[in-house]
Design a protein around this ligand. Structure first.
Ligand code: FES
Length: 162
């Protein structure tokens, strides 16, 4: 995982996308590696890249879109400078993560999958961080935090976003 600092990713450019596609298209099961290549280069899967991939792999745009939207790891917009991922899988749900989800949405003024208008924070769900015994858990940039309640979450956010 990485922190999302200004300038960590390249701006969208079609030539770079074409090079990523060319490098991946002859692999077995090329779609996921190519999409991960976009994530690594741009930090998200840019919309104009979708038809390029579809054409190169002889897929429909809808098929490529389907894969991009199925996997939560593929972001469709550039991320904010900080990324807050709250685990919303079963164990964390049982431990009250939905209350934390409401708290985060209210505090940040955005919904899940959105970025604050100032580009500071992106809020995303994640589905099991492997810390079920320490639920509820979250990943804030590259820091894993567990046994969360509103107070602890606020404290970690204040530290991260200051
Ligand atoms: S369900 Fe949240 S860490 Fe496993």
């Amino acid at each position: 995982m990485q922190a999302y600092e200004d300038g960590a990713y390249e701006d969208w450019n079609a030539e770079r996308a074409a090079a990523i596609i060319a490098a991946g298209k002859d692999r077995e099961g090329p779609l996921l590696p190519i999409l991960h290549g976009f994530m690594a280069a741009f930090g998200y899967v840019p919309e104009p890249a979708v038809p390029m991939v579809a054409e190169a792999l002889n897929l429909s745009r809808a098929e490529v879109h389907g894969v991009v939207t199925f996997y939560h790891d593929f972001r469709r917009e550039p991320a904010g400078r900080h990324v807050v991922k709250l685990c919303r899988a079963e164990s964390c749900q049982a431990a009250g993560c939905e209350r934390l989800a409401d708290h985060l949405e209210e505090k940040l003024g955005i919904g899940f999958g959105e970025t604050t208008p100032d580009g500071r924070v992106t809020l995303e769900p994640i589905y099991c961080l492997g810390l079920c015994a320490l639920s509820p858990a979250a990943l804030i940039d590259d820091r894993v935090v567990a046994r969360l309640d509103e107070k602890r979450l606020d404290a970690v956010l204040a530290e991260t976003l200051r």
